[in-house]
Design a protein around this ligand. Structure first.
Ligand code: GRF
Length: 205
């Protein structure tokens, strides 16, 4: 079976990366070869998770590299070295330019912790997303996996999962519920869907 060489981009704790690792280890992502982890932060715990799973992991830090162009050149060098075909953004906090997203058109997916088009776009990341949902008083939120293009959170939607909001929720409580009930399931499942599609396209060429 053809497996799609996949890189995961991270910046922080890496619980979504862990969910992917666990599902792959369980044999539930048969079209995915987890081949590389790239972090925008040097000390990110996600890198430790990668190492423990035996996946090569490197940090590419924009501040150190000096410019967006140098940062993206470093990412691309690693991606090419490892022959990566598909990229997953899993809590990756750096912006990618249009040049980068065009180069990997329909080959980058992202997880966003709301039901797009609510609470998304520039400035909506981490707890801010859940703060905004609670401030607006919505009763249902969730997570969205989408393809990445040049518009923040603007690419085609692949999958969504709804999560209920309860009276007394705090942003922290809600963030945990969205991760547990939606993100950690939706991201690995969507990754397998996209990889399977890519693999079948490759075989038909
Ligand atoms: C998640 O909520 C994800 O949706 C968002 O950033 C967070 C990353 O968490 N984009 P982790 O690093 O996967 O634990």
């Amino acid at each position: 079976m053809k497996k799609i060489k996949t890189a995961v981009f991270v910046s922080g704790g890496g619980t979504n990366l862990q969910a992917i690792i666990d599902r792959e280890k369980a044999g539930e992502l048969p079209h995915v070869a987890l081949s590389l982890v790239l972090s925008s932060q040097e000390g990110a715990f996600a890198m430790e998770r990668a190492r423990q799973a035996g996946i090569p992991a490197f940090a590419c830090v924009k501040k150190k590299l000096g410019s967006q162009a140098a940062f993206e050149a470093a990412l691309i060098q690693k991606l090419e070295e490892h022959e990566i075909e598909l990229i997953v953004l899993a809590g990756f906090l750096s912006i990618l330019s249009e040049d980068f997203t065009k180069r990997y058109e329909r080959r980058i997916i992202n997880i966003h912790p709301s039901l797009i088009p609510s609470f998304c776009g520039a400035g909506f990341y981490g707890l801010k997303v859940h703060e905004a949902a609670l401030a607006r008083g919505v009763k249902v939120t969730g997570a969205t996996v989408h393809f990445v293009n040049e518009i923040p959170d603007g690419g085609e939607i692949i999958a969504q999962k709804a999560v209920r909001i309860y009276p007394g929720d705090t942003p922290e409580k809600l963030q945990k519920r969205v991760m547990r009930q939606a993100e950690w399931k939706l991201l690995p499942t969507s990754l397998e869907t996209v990889a399977k599609e890519m693999a079948s396209r490759d075989l038909n060429q």
